[in-house]
Design a protein around this ligand. Structure first.
Ligand code: SF4
Length: 223
């Protein structure tokens, strides 16, 4: 059974959230990031819910996954996975508390928490990919409400289909914000043939700290 896993945070990703472009930063800032990261990891209670469903009108009728992007993602897929992960209310409380006592800490903790929820989603994706390989099946990229032309408005039905409020304490506000804030929902296709995956970004690149493109606010993909 796949469990929610929060592992080591990707430091490059934290720096990206903080707007770092390769400039030097003092050792105190490095130490502050480490301290904030520890607090975030201590406060996080990662939870996961997911369902594997056949892709046909009957099963998806309650969840109108409309738009060109989701059609492309699920093309050739007989099944799809709906997933939701959250870090829990403790993180929201930590961010509010640190916003009152130390704004610099709050900004760094927010970056650490955003990295942490991506980490939980990535770990689920990796574990599921491995499990499906044993069935000779392949997973597509994950796609979230609000990406591309998939409207954010499906968030509420998405969470209802997964029963997130009861199962992992995740609800959706009238303005479609997820509560707790550090949560991710997504759909992934399951296909009998591998489909091309999106390129990973700067956060996974070994040149992150020295990259000349990033120092100029550009990307190697724009060469
Ligand atoms: S080489 Fe490309 S992917 Fe790597 S850090 Fe630079 S811009 Fe990002």
């Amino acid at each position: 059974m796949i469990q929610a896993r929060l592992t080591e945070l990707n430091e490059n990703e934290i720096l990206l959230y903080l707007g770092y472009r390769g400039q030097e930063y003092p050792a105190e800032v490095e130490a502050q990031i480490r301290r904030c990261e520890k607090e975030v990891l201590a406060a996080a209670v990662p939870r996961l819910i997911w369902r594997r469903l056949p892709v046909n009108r009957a099963d998806f009728s309650v969840l109108p996954l409309e738009g060109k992007d989701i059609r492309e993602l699920l093309a050739g897929c007989d099944e799809a996975v709906l997933m939701a992960v959250t870090l829990g209310q403790g993180i929201d409380r930590l961010l509010v508390r640190s916003g009152v006592s130390n704004m610099a800490d709050a900004v760094i903790m927010d970056a650490c928490a955003s990295t942490a929820i991506e980490n939980v989603a990535d770990n689920f994706e990796m574990d599921l990919r491995r499990e499906l390989e044993a069935e000779n099946l392949y997973l597509t990229d994950r796609f979230s409400p609000g990406y591309g032309d998939l409207p954010l408005a499906v968030q509420r039905q998405f969470c209802a289909v997964l029963d997130t409020e009861r199962k992992i304490g995740l609800s959706v506000s009238s303005s479609m914000l997820m509560i707790p804030g550090k949560s991710v929902t997504a759909v992934l296709g399951i296909s009998g043939r591998p489909k091309p995956l999106r390129k990973r970004g700067c956060e996974s690149c070994s040149l992150f700290c020295s990259c000349m493109y990033r120092k100029e606010g550009k990307s190697c993909h724009e060469k």
